[in-house]
Design a protein. Structure first.
Ligand code: SAM
Length: 240
């Protein structure tokens, strides 16, 4: 899979060198390319923003650098993937469609995603119109119902959620099957050894007896029941 990120703050993406995503890069399962939007601004100050037309607070990202940057990224990706290759261009945006596990699954099957990180008040609307007219496939994706300062943190989260679903990235693929949101429910409670643990306050805390029974059917039934109860308690909206 190829992922391009256009940003003003490439340093934000440094954690993608680490852990399983970093290993996926080293193993050749993920090619990550970070581009500085300012390379596509041509005035002396490499300006990428200006005041909002119509008035209002803050600054808006200019359309010119974005159109040029995305054209250049598409051309660079096609040089690697072939002339017919078409990326999904994702704009992290609090006013976008909520990004969910189903989105991560669908996008993990895409060979190429380009993330475009907004800053300030956001990006001039004509960039989206331009991309639509050029026949590009565009998605606006929200990390949640709150506002971040920029798209980079959303790209970190989305990239991790997507790339861990690419075959070969997580060593034990079975661990991706029974986890929260894989089947619409939250995961059941987890325990490890010792079976009987004395907490720092002296209280002895035992794992539920059923998990020590060795009876796989009983264990599966208990876990299913716990998943449902936990979802009902914490996220009744998922059951609805
Ligand atoms: N003025 C915008 C609004 O009210 O919808 C908020 C702009 S925000 C300060 C700057 C950038 O951060 C956005 O363009 C987007 O790239 C990113 N961003 C902020 N919150 C986000 C969220 N919940 N999900 C994804 N991206 C977000």
């Amino acid at each position: 899979m190829r992922i391009d990120v256009v940003t003003l703050f490439g340093e934000y993406l440094a954690p993608l060198e680490l852990s399983l995503i970093g290993k996926a890069r080293r193993d050749g399962l993920l090619g990550l390319h970070v581009h500085d939007l300012r390379d596509f601004a041509h005035d002396r100050h490499r300006t990428v923003d200006d005041t909002p037309v119509g008035g209002g607070a803050g600054m808006v990202m200019k359309p010119g650098p974005w159109a040029e940057a995305l054209d250049a990224v598409v051309a660079a990706g096609r040089a690697e993937l072939g002339e017919g290759a078409e990326p999904l261009i994702v704009f992290p945006n609090p006013a976008g469609t909520p990004f969910a596990q189903a989105t991560a699954h669908a996008w993990s099957e895409r060979p190429w995603i380009v993330f475009a990180c907004g800053r300030y008040e956001g990006i001039d609307e004509r960039v989206y119109e331009h991309l639509a007219d050029a026949g590009r496939e565009v998605a606006l994706a929200s990390l949640g119902d709150y506002v971040l300062n920029g798209g980079e943190v959303a790209v970190l989260a989305m990239t991790e959620a997507i790339v861990r679903l690419v075959p070969g990235v997580v060593g034990n693929a079975a661990s991706l099957v029974e986890e929260s949101h894989s089947d619409g429910l939250l995961e059941y409670p987890l325990y490890t050894k010792p079976a009987s643990w004395t907490a720092p306050d002296g209280t002895v805390r035992d794992v539920p007896e059923v998990l020590l029974s060795g009876n796989h059917e009983r264990i599966a039934a208990w876990r299913a029941e716990q998943s449902l109860a936990r979802t009902r308690e914490r996220r009744p909206d998922l059951l609805a």
